[in-house]
Design a protein around this ligand. Structure first.
Ligand SMILES: CN1c2c(nc(N)[nH]c2=O)NC[C@@H]1CNc1ccc(C(=O)N[C@@H](CCC(=O)N[C@@H](CCC(=O)N[C@@H](CCC(=O)O)C(=O)O)C(=O)O)C(=O)O)cc1
Ligand SMILES: N[C@@H](CCS)C(=O)O
Ligand SMILES: [Zn+2]
Length: 773
């Protein structure tokens, strides 16, 4: 049988991170817009050519973006907030980047973090997670008076660009309902979905122009179909697709859903007058049964190659799985595709010359996934590929590297006592206070200090072997010592070592744990020009030796003040890695938790009185459907407690969460039972503490009072105001003073004055406040 192969999107960053370097060079004024546009064009052409060469039948266009595809949509439909100064007509590149990164007028700030409010200029749009991925999108801001206008038909431009190169593509467009659902209203109580009627003509025009230019199909992404939708949202979907069908009847729509199960939205999805439906059969394989009953005129796109992970697919098993559909529906009404866009996986395994042969044989990155699709689609001609895939699957399942009996036994022996501190918080806090003797409103930071270009260059030189380990070590010691001295000098109460030795808070641990592999070039876009290299968890996880103790000991040896031990928690390591698919995530998390527990105990043995276990990604790992929250939160909280509960009552356990919109999961946060939690709150002006109005959070808490995502230096007054708000929700004895998150993406010129002001704000408060507790 022959089945058409389709792709939903290819990574845009370039095999050698060409897009990152071009963007950062442009932002730093080292190259002009022409050079950047040329790189974009080259990357698009390369991607199309690659997909053609791999034999993909349906190749996407308009999947490229200079920063983010949601931002591209916002710009395309002219939903540009007035602050950016756009009136009408085409949108300048610099307006686009101002929306992405903010603008100051002096734009050389490639070191910035992921959300910027650039000084006196225009702040960037807000940024948040794209569904449950580590990709961030720019949040559209829409008000009741919003009007829309087509500024430039980007999908059309991309379609024509590919056509000129001899490639007939299927343009990708972010669907109007998902777009509006992801947007935030500029006024309280305003729901952007009510703007659908106004948005519709712009979408209709985009589609009509595509149709006129020769496009026969368009892929419209509506991943909102895997979320819990309101009746109004379901009605919006019906309305908009009926209207588009009427207005542009000749253009076939492949409605793409991904990241989960359409579930209760299926009747809605099947009632839409679209020509095709794409479903994610990796995340929700059970959907295959309902597809058997799909309307006879619907083309089905089967998302059967995992777009969110890097394991070689079991091609024979896939063919077997789709066989009933082929029999019932016929190959000509089917397409096979990755489960979602390949944006979330690295580009090419062939670059990874450092991985051993066995492990390499188990993996498939974006390029290899195209090969897998091609093999599945060809009429029996791919028996070699199918056999090779089966061999890889068998070899992985049987490999002794994957299984570690000791780890399995340890997990099996986990019991409730290992997840519970000896005493409750009320008792622990008194003991900790006597040991630590901290002032009221203790000040601290979240862990990292600026990863300056000196730090990165030195690490790069060490990795490349151009400086020795001794030289690299000496350099890191110098940086750490300077950071400790400076923290003492400005009067912080609880110090950190600065994390100069870490490339990334997850990768650093992945590189030291058994069961993990790490890559050299497997970059995945996190936001804009910032990428991450998620470690690969291929086997049972254990910790061969202490990972952070030496650096902690060194830092603590320099000062009398307490230095926090600094670890990344199991759920965050899990959520930001590529995880094995032959064991439940809950079990992998337990294994990591045991490894981190060992580290916690070693830090305590070495003398650490405070240990921070970051769970930056715990909140964002929350499942997309509310019905699945409890199961996740149960094992996620359990994993944290497992790491944290082995210590004595006197040892203070901290945790930190960014993106901490956790009002809905506050019980789970409290159940983690960390002695102190630091959270992001400054940008929302303490709105996140709303949960504490009715809920009395029992332990200590540091709501961030310095927005580290901005180069702006907050003054003492501003921070004092935030503290005043915090004191309305929390008792003085509970309150810690700290920034929102780590300072790795900031510059020292910003960090120094901001932290001096933060300490001043704490001191001012102490002078008026009562004694601790
Ligand atoms: C908190 N965040 C994180 C997320 N996920 C993670 N895994 N880690 C996170 O911290 N998700 C949510 C947010 C996303 N935020 C960020 C913030 C910053 C970055 C980022 O800066 N990425 C860097 C790469 C970081 C890294 O791995 N650095 C390595 C290698 C650096 C490198 O490219 N070196 C060059 C030479 C450098 C030189 O000469 O100057 C080279 O090898 O060619 C390291 O420091 O060793 C980025 O550059 O994009 C990501 C997500
Ligand atoms: N300890 C880490 C947490 C970031 S979420 C840091 O400070 O960078
Ligand atoms: Zn953080």
């Amino acid at each position: 049988m022959t089945i058409k192969t389709a792709n939903l999107g290819f990574p845009r960053i370039g095999k050698h991170r060409e897009l990152k370097f071009a963007l950062e060079s442009y932002w730093a004024d080292k190259s002009d817009a022409g050079a950047l546009l040329d790189i974009g064009k080259r990357l698009r052409a390369q991607n199309w050519a690659l997909q053609k060469e791999k034999g993909i039948d349906i190749i996407p266009s308009n999947d490229f973006s200079f920063y983010d595809h949601v931002l591209d949509t916002t710009v395309m439909i002219g939903a540009i907030p007035s602050a950016y100064g756009w009136k009408d007509g085409p949108v300048a590149l610099d307006t686009y980047f101002a929306m992405a990164r903010g603008s100051t007028g002096e734009e050389a700030h490639v070191d910035c973090g992921h959300q910027h409010h650039h000084g006196h200029g225009v702040p960037a749009l807000e940024m948040t997670k794209w569904f449950d991925t580590n990709y961030h999108y720019m949040v559209p801001e829409l008000g009741p008076d919003q009007s829309f206008a087509l500024t430039a038909n980007r999908p059309l431009d991309a379609f024509i660009e590919a056509k000129t190169l001899g490639i007939h593509t299927r343009p990708v467009i972010l669907g109007p309902v998902t777009f509006l659902k992801l947007a935030k209203g500029t006024e309280e109580g305003f729901a952007p979905i009510t703007l659908l009627e106004r948005l519709l003509p712009v979408y209709a025009r985009v589609l009509a122009e595509l149709s006129a230019a020769g496009a026969d199909w368009v892929q419209i992404d509506e991943p909102c179909l895997v979320l819990d939708l309101s009746g109004e949202e379901q009605a919006a979907l019906k309305h908009v697709y009926r209207a588009l069908h009427e207005l542009v009847p000749n253009l076939k729509i492949m409605l793409a859903t991904y990241f989960g199960n359409i579930g209760d939205n299926l009747p809605t999805a099947l009632s839409l007058p679209v020509s095709g439906l794409h479903v994610d059969l990796v995340r929700a394989p059970q959907q295959i049964d309902v597809l058997l009953e799909a309307p006879a005129d619907l083309t089905l796109s089967l998302g059967i190659i995992d777009g969110r992970n890097i394991w070689k697919a079991d091609l024979a098993a896939i063919l077997k799985k789709i066989e009933p559909l082929v029999q019932r529906i016929g190959a000509d009404r089917l397409q096979i595709a990755p489960s979602c866009s390949l944006l979330h996986v690295p580009i090419d395994l062939d670059l990874e010359t450092g991985l051993d042969e066995e492990l390499t044989s188990w993996l498939a990155f974006a390029t290899q996934k195209l090969d897998e699709l091609s093999a599945l689609g060809s009429p029996g001609g791919a028996s070699q590929a199918i056999a090779a895939a089966s061999e890889a699957v068998t070899s992985r399942a049987a490999s002794p590297r994957v299984h570690d009996l000791k780890v399995r036994q340890r997990v099996a022996a986990i019991d409730e006592t290992m997840m519970t501190r000896s005493s409750g918080f009320a008792e622990r806090t008194g003991l900790q206070e006597r040991k630590l003797r901290l002032p009221l409103f203790p000040t601290t930071t979240i862990g990292s200090f600026p990863q300056t270009s000196d730090v990165r260059k030195s690490r790069s030189a060490f990795t490349k072997g151009t400086i020795s380990e001794a030289d690299y070590d000496a350099f890191l010691k110098k940086e750490t010592e300077a950071a400790i001295r400076w923290q003492e000098e400005i009067g912080l109460d609880v110090l950190v070592h600065g994390e100069f030795e870490r490339n990334d808070m997850v990768q650093y641990f992945g590189e030291q744990l058994s069961g993990f592999a790490f890559t050299q070039h497997a970059w995945v876009q996190s936001y804009g020009s910032r990428y991450v290299r998620p470690p690969i968890i291929f086997g049972d996880v254990s910790r061969p030796k202490p990972m952070t103790v030496e650096w902690w000991c060194y830092a603590q040896s320099l000062t009398e003040k307490p230095v926090k031990g600094m670890l990344t928690g199991p759920v965050t390591i899990l959520n930001w890695s590529f995880v094995r698919d032959d064991l439940s995530r809950a079990d992998v998390s337990r294994q990591i938790a045991l490894a981190i527990r060992d580290e916690v105990l070693d830090l305590e043995k070495a003398g650490a009185a405070m240990i921070q276990i970051d769970e930056a990604a715990l909140r964002e790992g929350l499942p997309l459907r509310k019905a699945d929250w409890k199961t996740y939160l149960d094992w996620a909280v359990e994993s944290f407690r497992l790491c944290a509960s082995g210590v004595a009552d006197e040892t203070q356990i901290h945790t930190h969460m960014c993106y901490s919109e956790f009002n809905q999961i506050i019980d789970a946060i409290a159940a983690m039972d960390a002695d102190v939690i630091s959270i992001e709150t400054s940008r929302s002006k303490m709105e996140l503490l709303e949960a504490f109005r009715s809920y009395k959070y029992p332990n200590e808490i540091g709501p961030g009072i310095y927005d580290i995502h901005s180069p702006r230096v907050p003054d003492v007054e501003e921070m004092t105001e935030l503290l005043t708000l915090a004191r309305q929700r929390l008792t003085d004895g509970q309150l810690w003073i700290n920034p929102d998150c780590g300072l790795k993406t900031r510059k020292w010129e910003e960090v120094r004055p901001a932290l001096v002001n933060m300490v001043a704000a704490a001191k001012a408060l102490r002078s008026i406040g009562p004694i601790r507790r």
